[in-house]
Design a binder for this molecule. Sequence first.
Ligand SMILES: Nc1ncnc2c1ncn2[C@@H]1O[C@H](COP(=O)(O)OP(=O)(O)OP(=O)(O)O)[C@@H](O)[C@H]1O
Ligand SMILES: [Mg+2]
Length: 376
Amino acid sequence: MFNVNDNPFVYGEVVPAAAFVDRVAELRRLSGDLRAAQKVFLISPRRYGKSSLIRRALATAARGGALTVEVTVSSFSSYVAFLEGYARALAAAETKWDAASSWLRDAISSTRVDVRSDRVAFVNARSDRDISRLAEEVFALPGRLAEARRRNVVVALDEFQAIAAFDGGSVEHALRAAVQQQRGVGYVFAGSEPSLMERMLGPKRPFYKAGPVMRLEKIPAEEFEAFIDAAFVRSRMKPEDGLGSAIVELAGNLPYDVQRLAHETWDEVRASGARRATLDHLHQALTRLLAEHDTVFEAAWQRLTLAQRAVLRAVVLEDGRGMHSADVRARHRLGGPSTVQTSLAALVRDDVVAREGDRFTVVDSLMREWVARRTF
Ligand SMILES: Nc1ncnc2c1ncn2[C@@H]1O[C@H](COP(=O)(O)OP(=O)(O)OP(=O)(O)O)[C@@H](O)[C@H]1O
Ligand SMILES: [Mg+2]
């Protein structure tokens, strides 16, 4: 329900339907692929909105009668912990826990299954061989579930790139072998480290050509701007002309950053009791955010080498263009092309800077402003 007193902008969590912008074509495609039990790979940089999109696709699938299961792979500290969490999520998919636990005991025979009120423990799985036999059984669960319940099943494995850390390539092999046999199960594997995900889909890896790949882009700026202005209007704060576009621009149109800046601007307007939302409110919000993040950015800056600091400043001041040109290198005293190259590579690897076509951008738009204002 929309309430004029609630901040309509949401960041730092999966966005609720009311704050979800666009992604119409993406949602249609993802939902369709999952309904057709495809194995979809969803890739984008951090904070573009993968988890939010998945949540909506699962809701659509559930409305269509499917059983849905969502697990964040990166939240587990070991391979066995992941298998336990995954099995638990599958067993709990719309069923009474009593029935779920006996179903699980029937399905897993390679190790003792200890089921507590809301936890599953595989107590005896210790050696690599135990674990790989167990994994085979766990990875078969979605297919068994679909058959037993005569329903489609949709599984979302978020932060999927983390799976490669569990035990080299064998998890990927086991999972790929299992999923390709499951006709009634749609999968979405979402990853926020594009380079790791792309590598995982390469010719020599198990998931090569396992299913369609969706690369999530930014949300079209005009749609985001229109959403922001309209949300201010609904909150009875008339937005100054160009407010939405100033927010999107300042946030580098990164979905998380856009919502953060809009949210904090809204708070400024509310605190001031004004009837209009202005660019001044936006700048107050920005100043406050920068102060709040000062220590974090300071620490990040300290971790950089001098060469990296110079290159980062140049990216900010040159808007990320022509970074290798003699002109830019001379203006910012960056040294030779190979030094610049090395620094840029390190900044990209550490997720400080991203490449967008022929230019570089600072990933965190607040950090960009911080560098512009607080460093020399
Ligand atoms: N469709 C959308 N409309 C509006 N805002 C969005 C949308 N998708 C994402 N956002 C904004 O971006 C933030 C991050 O979204 P989400 O957590 O879904 O991204 P993610 O790609 O899964 O990020 P991470 O890489 O951190 O897991 C949300 O909290 C929200 O502020
Ligand atoms: Mg996410």
